[in-house]
Design a protein around this ligand. Structure first.
Ligand code: HEM
Length: 133
């Protein structure tokens, strides 16, 4: 048995779709409550985090790449626009449409039993109020 690092060892260490989706869900939740609390830079941070996690997913799971690119353009695009203009009603509309579409993606990829919903509780570990700078 050799200690050499082979490509299959690296592959085994990569996160799977579900691993990245757990992080996507967590950031999505935080994004909503940061916007609701008025901490727009934090909402932007978590929206970028969702985008970056989904881009990573598209690289390690190319079969999802095209639908993720469409999702980024059509669903995250309006969300980023609403965050930029700090427009709460536009944010709520974009967030809700993007959540519905995510659940549609779950159906289309064979995981219709995964229906993401926004937790009633805000995250407790971050100051969600208006940012200082
Ligand atoms: C903000 C949007 C999204 C949220 C909040 C979200 C959330 C989640 C969550 C919480 C899971 C279950 C993870 C677990 O506990 O194991 C999941 C799984 C999954 N999601 Fe998403 N998702 C989103 C967008 C998408 C998109 C755009 C796709 C398109 C490819 C997608 C494809 C999947 C797939 C295929 C799984 C099953 C995981 C597996 O293959 O094992 N999701 N998602």
């Amino acid at each position: 048995m050799s200690d050499d690092l082979l490509p299959e060892h690296i592959e085994a260490g990569l996160p799977g779709t579900a691993d990245l989706m757990v992080l996507v869900g967590n950031s999505w939740w935080r994004c909503a409550y940061a916007a609701r609390g008025g901490n727009w830079p934090l909402a932007a941070f978590y929206a970028r985090r969702v985008r970056s996690l989904q881009r990573r997913l598209g690289v390690i799971r190319p079969k999802h790449a095209e639908r993720l690119a469409t999702y980024e353009k059509d669903m995250l695009g309006p969300l980023f626009a609403a965050i930029k203009t700090q427009d709460r009603p536009a944010f709520e509309g974009a967030f809700s449409a993007a959540t519905d579409d995510a659940n549609k993606q779950h159906v289309e990829t064979g995981y219709g039993y995964i229906r993401w919903k926004l937790p009633d509780e805000a995250p407790q570990d971050l100051d969600l109020g208006p940012a200082k700078s």
